[in-house]
Design a protein around this ligand. Structure first.
Ligand code: ZN
Length: 381
């Protein structure tokens, strides 16, 4: 629930009994996180008593979400409906864990100033993250191993801290506040330096028994393809990740380019750039067809640093890394065509959405994890 709802609607949407809903709602009403706003008449054509409507007191508890990268920290202050009230970007001076913890502490202090309602923090980090313990087991971009990030930030800030893999954090944001509302299955794929993926199956975010699940980046699409950093050949990431694209352009005699340069060359019809980006698009399309065939996902969102159409200039995050939404538009038709060719039978019915990803969205996903943890805590108390 992210807005107004009657208890009857909550019972219907959650599958819980009205009694269970009353028990779940009571502690939230007592601490002021929910508010009863009166009765709503039964829907036209239905019988029964008027339903009591409960509303989220969105500003009763604020959260801070932070996306941690090796170059920058992106922070947002959000309310319980995950509306962004403030945001900040900070360059990373030193990506050792103790230095990043220090910078997160400062960033939190800045966003928290004047907002005593801030009660928790969500952190999104790429790599192998154990959300239950707040432990970053391995983050290749940060070169971290076994960092108890949640514990350290909680100790420094005095706030409950949730840590989640960045793509799963994005999915959590979409699940509660975005395209995933009301869906029981959703796949979210991020295309950029790496190819990330997070899955919602039967209404649950999949964490995998060993912290790995939905690794579409390492789905094999060409056994004779380029070497992947994982040691295999022809993975989606080796073909469609930024490094792979730039390496193939260098092999064709176009060294020293950025991803935007490759897209510009492709738009001007340069055959090597057209070929390399078409291969990348087909690899992504084949990877998501594999997801659809395995899971029968209702909806697949493909996004990244980013993909799809370009947002308005004032909508772009400060200090975003090289790469632009328009850089990937030439891949779009190849992604869709490969998906349609490879998805089996009705799996091809999945709605495919390609869209840009702003860096603030990562931080908002982290905030959504903090809200989810907070509400779960109160729901159990
Ligand atoms: Zn691989």
């Amino acid at each position: 629930m992210t807005g107004d709802a009657s208890r009857t609607a909550l019972a219907r949407d959650t599958g819980l009994t009205p009694g269970a809903i009353t028990r779940a709602v009571r502690p939230l009403l007592e601490v002021g996180l929910l508010h009863e706003t009166g009765d709503r008449a039964p829907a036209e054509g239905t019988l029964g008593r008027p339903a009591t409507v409960v509303t989220v007191q969105a500003e009763a508890h604020l959260v801070i979400g932070v996306k941690v990268t090796a170059d920058e920290l992106f922070g947002v202050l959000c309310d319980l409906r995950c509306r962004v009230l403030d945001e900040v970007t900070v360059p990373v001076r030193d990506h050792r864990p103790e230095a990043i913890v220090e910078q997160i502490t400062d960033l939190v202090a800045g966003l928290r100033a004047g907002h005593p309602e801030v009660g928790s923090i969500g952190l999104a980090v790429s790599g192998d993250v154990d959300a239950a313990s707040g432990h970053v087991a391995y983050s290749p971009f940060l070169t971290w191993r076994d960092v108890p990030l949640g514990e350290q930030v909680a100790e420094r800030t005095g706030l409950a801290t949730t840590v989640e893999n960045d793509v799963r954090a994005l999915l959590t944001g979409e699940r509660w506040y975005g395209v995933g509302r009301g869906l029981s299955s959703l796949a979210l794929v991020t295309v950029g330096t790496g190819i990330g993926c997070a899955l919602l199956v039967n209404g649950q975010v999949v964490h995998g028994s060993f912290g790995v699940a939905g690794e579409v980046g390492h789905v094999l699409v060409d056994p004779d393809g380029p070497l992947c950093h994982c040691g295999n050949r022809g993975c989606v990431e080796a073909i469609a990740g930024t490094a792979g694209i730039l390496e193939r352009m260098a092999q064709a005699g176009f060294g020293g380019l950025g991803i935007g340069d490759v897209a510009d060359l492709a738009r001007s019809g340069q055959p090597d750039a057209v070929r390399v980006l078409a291969d990348a698009g087909r690899a992504v399309g084949t990877g998501i067809a594999t997801i659809a065939n395995l899971l029968g996902a209702q909806h697949i969102v493909i996004t990244g640093e980013a993909i799809g159409s370009s947002p308005a200039p004032d909508d772009r995050g400060e200090g975003r890394p090289a790469g632009d939404e328009r850089d990937y538009d030439v891949m779009d038709p190849h992604v869709r065509r490969a998906f349609e060719q490879r998805a089996f039978g009705s799996a091809a019915s999945a709605a495919i959405e390609l869209r840009p990803l702003r860096f603030v969205d990562w931080a908002r996903g982290a905030a959504a994890c903090a809200v989810e943890d907070f509400v779960t805590h109160y729901g159990r108390s």
